[in-house]
Write a protein that binds this ligand. Sequence first.
Ligand SMILES: [Zn+2]
Length: 417
Amino acid sequence: MNCFSARQKPGLLRIGLVALGFAVSACNAEPKSEDREYRLDFVVTPIPEASSVSVSMQVSQKRHWLREVEFDFDARYSGFEGDGQVDIGGESVRWSVPKRSGTLTWTVEVPHRRGDSFDAYMDIGWAIFRAEDIIPRKSSVTAVDVTSETTLRFDLPAGWSVTTPYRERRGVFRVQNPDRRLDLPSGWIAMGAIGTRFDTVGSTRVVVTGPSRQGVRRLDMLALLRWNLPELERILPEPLPRLTVVSGGDPMWRGGLSGPTSLFIHADLPLISENGTSLLLHEVMHVAMNLEAADSYDWIHEGLAEYYGIELMRRSGTISSRRYKRAIRDLREWSEAVESVCGEESRGAVTAAAVTVFSDLNAELKKTADKSIDDLLRGILESDEPANTRTIRDIAETLLGSPSRVLSADILKDCGD
Ligand SMILES: [Zn+2]
């Protein structure tokens, strides 16, 4: 349901307030109904020889509900054109949407560098990127009390196919992001000469996809997920309806990256490392937790993802209890020199230290209150607040009946509240 006028840019506040006034009166004047729904249809056409895609975004509405959208874009975007008024600034485009229907189109180069490799790429035969890489994010929307019904289609070269995080019916992907006020497609997409395997694990529809002949281990990944997703489902407040795993080889980034209901993992990486951790399950945890990022609390996201990546494998029997203990012990040794887990980015030894915090907290919860880290995780996921040190301390204190000894340690003293 959209009844809003959201503005993020201070310079545009005045327009936003005027629009909000309009929105409120419009909301009062007309009852909500399913009729108050506008269509948002995206068509993506790959141009492999130019490593780019052209995108059209068509709005169809019975009345002038969606009035204006402003997108931020970077240098990879060009050629914005549309019905109605289109104002293009240096890094933003503002589209005054026509009364009934109209289309905004643009072209975007897909490849995006991340260090000396790419986190979005298009070759002559395949492409891997996130929807966010080809559809700019909105910086503002002016609309009255309406809902968008969004679809995504692809006009593909011969021999190409496509997999997205969304359910497909006759070539149309229905975009459903209930948390988003304007339903823009998001998450990882693979297209081209790709191979895809599906399976249903518990309540989760699992899709594993990636370019052909790049050594993507689809069935290995499905097997690991079949063993471990049931354990994950037991601890989540709500099951994960879909999980799309996109994998590919060089020149894609040699790591894992999570997105909404989907993730990317480089095809050459082991599913379980020699130290007993699993990058695939680490990224699955990021997808499942979908935690809002709060500045300086990356240790919470990374620590929980890494801790549960190992813990799920212990519970499912993928690794033995002995190997589990050894993995935690090795992470503890690795993190001995870490003085604080707080900071903008948690990596390496800092994440290892965060894992030991959660491992120790689990022990404390079990010993003192017959609770576990699962109760804490559910508390975090059910909270309306972004996870930070204070919210975690509060949840732990509620479970324990007194402040957590583990969360009072020196390693957390600079984390603030
Ligand atoms: Zn991570």
